[in-house]
Design a binder for this molecule. Structure first.
Ligand code: PHE
Length: 347
């Protein structure tokens, strides 16, 4: 009987190698370990053994049972894994646009460089705890000018050539500074937010001027905010976007909604400061206007200027994109030309 048990184990070992599916495995298991299986059959013969033989055979049979159960378990797991993997191989589908377009003989364009820079900017400010706000392109006089300390007939209205609607009350916003006012209407201080978007000016077009372009407005209001806070955020912004230290200079600048006001320039990265069409041959590029928020602006936002103060800035995103990607004409940015945008990888 011991020999029969040995034989059964040998048969089992060669047999299990041939089993390739889970249903076959269930059948194989029944053949050896089932109620009418070979092991049960052998054990039935134990009746005829002497008590000593019976207990020694019983122990062996038990060992064999455990051995077979373990092996069946291991092999089943292996088969199951193989079945899953082969289904994954067969049933896998590419749901990305890129490949589906390729099937149709079309190609996906890259992310537009301006969108990449915008997203990069938003990420930088989000990581510094700023909210991101939106504002309307079609704006009223109040939010674009009046609340920003630019009353009617103020010469500053002529600084920006405005596209007016026929009702003479609405306009295409000339800057994202309207988001300062709209932001203050929604938030109580302290707060800090940025507002990216398109702006419109009726300007003569050239390599660095477009009638529609992009800005990112920023505003931070709190207690005892200083110019050095502002410089900190602006420096961080530029070095993050360009991934290196950038030479900057601060000049006094006039904007009715800030006092004091500044313009921040950085060295032109296209010509390295020697002069080109983008920097108008001066070697420096205007990056942004900025300054400490004028008390009248805070008042327009229902914020008490004796208690709160802050800074604001308006960054030109098109030129920043040109510097980041070495694009020498702003008109490429708005060309809608796929050959242009396909050259760029996501930020
Ligand atoms: N709105 C200004 C412009 O369009 C930029 C600016 C924003 C300046 C905020 C100071 C503070 O040029």
């Amino acid at each position: 009987m011991v020999e029969q048990l040995q034989q059964m184990l040998e048969d089992f070992k060669t047999g299990i190698e041939k089993v390739q599916s889970l249903p076959d495995m269930a059948q194989f298991k029944a053949e050896y370990l089932g109620k009418k299986g070979r092991l049960k059959g052998l054990m039935a013969g134990m009746r005829d053994l002497s008590p000593e033989e019976r207990s020694s055979f019983g122990a062996k049979a038990n060992e064999a049972k455990q051995f077979m159960e373990k092996l069946i378990q291991e092999q089943s797991t292996r088969i199951e894994l193989e079945e899953i993997n082969s289904r994954l191989d067969k049933e896998w589908q590419d749901i990305s646009w890129t490949d589906r377009l390729k099937d149709k003989g079309q190609q996906a364009a890259g992310l537009h460089p301006l969108s990449s820079v915008m997203r990069g900017l938003e990420d930088i400010f989000l990581s510094m705890g700023f909210d991101i706000l939106d504002g309307p392109h079609i704006e009223d006089e109040y939010h674009n000018f009046e609340a920003l300390n630019i009353p009617a007939n103020h010469p500053a209205r002529d600084m920006q050539d405005t596209f007016w609607f026929q009702d003479k009350k609405h306009l295409l916003r000339t800057h994202t500074s309207n988001i300062q006012i709209r932001g203050m209407e929604q938030h109580k201080p302290p707060f800090k937010f940025v507002g990216p978007g398109k702006v419109f000016r009726s300007e003569a077009l050239d390599a660095s001027h477009e009638a529609a372009f992009h800005q990112l407005e920023g505003m931070m209001v709190g207690k005892d905010i200083s110019v050095s806070h502002m410089i900190h955020f602006l420096r961080t912004l530029l070095s993050e976007i360009f991934q290196k230290e950038i030479k900057v200079r601060l000049r006094p600048g006039f904007f009715p909604f800030v006092e004091p006001g500044f313009e921040l320039d950085y060295e032109c990265l296209l010509c390295g400061g020697t002069g080109c069409s983008v920097c108008k041959q001066v070697g420096w590029v205007e990056a942004l206007g900025c300054g400490m928020v004028h008390p009248n602006v805070l008042k327009a936002g229902n914020i008490d200027p004796r208690e709160w103060n802050g800074f604001a800035f308006g960054l030109g995103v098109d030129r920043l994109t040109m510097m980041r990607y070495h694009i020498d004409d702003v008109r490429h940015i708005h060309s809608g030309d796929l050959l242009f945008s396909q050259q760029f990888k996501a930020y």
